[in-house]
Structures are given as C-alpha cells and as structure tokens.
Design a protein around this ligand. Structure first.
Ligand SMILES: [Zn+2]
Length: 114
C-alpha cells in the first residue's frame, strides 16, 4: 500500500466497516481520522480506496485521494496526512456507531508493544 497509516497509540486497533469491495475483500475499510483531527473517512488498508462516509460506501460511491504528500480526499477537500485510525468512541460520536462491523488488532505477537 502507498500510505503509511498511523495507528492509535492507545489501543492499536483499527475500527472498520467491513471488507473492501475494490480489492476483493483483501482489505478492511477502516475509520480514519483525517489530518484536521475532525473529519472521519473510510480508508481501505490494502488498496487505499476511500469513502467520504458509510453512506457513500453503501452506495458504492468512493471518492479519490490526491497524490503524495497531500493525500487529499477530493470529495471533502481534507487531507488524511497527519491523521490516524479513529477510535470507536470517535466513530460513535460521529453518529456512525451502527456502521461499525468489527475491529482489527495491529501489533500482533507483541510487535509495537512496549
Ligand atoms: Zn481495498
């Protein structure tokens, strides 16, 4: 994948809205907090497909990311650079708790853990 994702330092979890259709379900559509520390999008951790919202995901309507280093979400004109995986609480605060399908734990086998 092209983008280095920053994972939440507290829990090492990616909260996701299910598997990604664009890469034959190889990746998860993770809720990702953008660089403005406010906007949350759905970002595939495998193919970098991005949706502006879970509604757009359900409509099969992805938006585009601009090239490095900006990585702007074109439909929202906000950059994911400087962002990180959103927490479950942040997703719930956005009103998208019902779209959470699961979570994926990074740092398996102790990697990245102190
Ligand atoms: Zn994908």
């Amino acid at each position: 994948m092209a983008i280095h994702r920053y994972h939440h330092p507290m829990d090492g979890l990616m909260i996701h809205a299910g598997a990604c259709d664009f890469c034959d379900h190889q990746g998860w559509l993770g809720f990702y907090l953008c660089g403005d520390q406010e906007t949350i999008v759905l970002l595939c951790d495998e193919c970098d497909t991005v949706y502006s919202s879970p509604l757009d995901k359900n409509r099969g309507n992805p938006t585009r990311l601009s090239d490095a280093p900006e990585y702007r979400v074109e439909a929202l004109n906000v950059s994911i650079a400087g962002g990180r995986d959103a927490t479950r609480a942040e997703v719930a605060a956005k009103g998208w708790g019902a779209y959470v399908e699961g979570e994926y734990a990074y740092h398996v086998k102790g990697r990245g853990r102190p």
